[in-house]
Design a protein around this ligand. Structure first.
Ligand code: NAP
Length: 299
């Protein structure tokens, strides 16, 4: 039995582990994929206070090494449910893990466009991760869909490899940082298709192009690209906890800045909870807040 089981080994989960371990508690992290969370896919992080620039992978690796050096245990298993009580039981990968408090830090996953052939063409021109797949498109023309920081950072990263990068965004104002937009505008090989959505993926076995629809005029046109990087935001994945804690209509666990859910001893930290700012800094902060609250609850 562990003092605290943390579901998810991203920035929030690993930060929670560091704080709980330093408070003398035993910690088990349960992760369904690989540690690090979404930031692993970010080429360059330039807005984490105190670190001028670092790759998302290096940032995550540092967090992981810090947590494990303090004694964090990590099991790879998908959590399917939690039984509440003074002793809580977390069900994952066919096993039962007992603990005194649980921190849910499941983050969010990439939102798909929902277009026909999107799944079939994923890995054959369609990607959700510029850091992972960008190098395959060296010297080729690609498009990035989205107007948030992920899309802008992906486009900057890809502009270093690709002959041409077209940023497709459904509005003419960007949700992401203006500084990133300016840097993209200074690049010779970056173009913008604004007020445009992607209405079709072209290609049978490999992506050869995308169909763009203008949101104002309704006009459609085709753009020849070898790669499409979809960066239109994230969706939470909290179905396993929906019968235990309150979940809002979008699927986020209802919890305030204190990371407390309506269930005693169960906390939600990072992108998986209801909040307005989803950033590395806020995920790390949530990890600290949730861990210290869990430590106080355990006593
Ligand atoms: P995001 O900020 O939610 O932006 C998603 C973008 O996709 C928006 O521009 C949105 O358009 C567009 N979009 C959403 N659904 C769409 C659809 N169905 N079709 C076409 N476009 C669609 O997501 P994100 O860029 O992944 O960033 C998520 C969070 O992580 C943000 O808080 C971001 O700041 C943060 N982040 C931080 C870092 C960092 O700290 N270095 C790096 C990357 C991301 P509208 O603008 O019109 O809604």
């Amino acid at each position: 039995m562990h003092d605290i089981v943390i579901v998810g080994a991203g920035t929030a989960g690993l930060s929670a582990a560091i704080y709980a371990l330093r408070a003398g508690k035993s910690v088990l992290l349960l992760e369904q994929l690989t540690y690090g969370g979404q930031i692993v896919n970010t080429p360059e992080v330039e807005n984490y206070p105190g670190i001028k620039s670092i790759s998302g992978f290096d940032f995550a690796q540092g967090l992981y090494e810090q947590a494990t050096s303090l004694g964090a245990e990590l099991d790879f298993a998908q959590v399917t449910g939690i039984d509440n009580g003074e002793i809580k039981t977390v069900h994952a990968g066919g096993k039962d893990y007992e603990c005194r408090a649980v921190i849910i830090a499941t983050g969010a996953k990439n939102r798909p466009l929902g277009l026909p052939k999107e799944q079939e063409l994923t890995g054959s021109g369609v990607s959700y991760c510029a850091t992972c797949d960008g190098a395959f498109f060296r010297g080729k023309a690609v498009a990035v869909n989205g107007g948030g920081n992920t899309a802008l950072e992906d486009a900057l990263f890809l502009s270093n490899y690709c002959s041409k990068v077209t940023v497709v965004h459904r509005r003419d104002a960007f949700r992401g940082e203006e500084k990133l937009v300016q840097r993209l505008r200074e690049k010779d090989n970056v173009e913008f298709e604004l007020n445009a959505t992607i209405s079709a993926l072209i290609g049978d076995d490999e992506l050869t192009g995308i169909e763009l629809s203008n949101t104002k005029s309704g006009e459609k046109k085709e753009l020849a690209v070898d790669g499409l990087f979809i960066a239109i935001g994230q969706m939470p994945d909290n179905a396993a906890f929906a019968s235990l804690v309150e979940v809002d209509p979008a699927g986020y666990i209802v919890a305030g800045e204190d990371c407390k859910t309506a269930v005693e001893g169960i906390y939600a930290a990072g992108d998986c909870r209801t909040k307005t700012v989803r950033q590395l800094t806020t995920a790390a902060a949530d990890g600290a807040v949730a861990a210290l609250a869990a430590c106080a609850y355990i006593g």
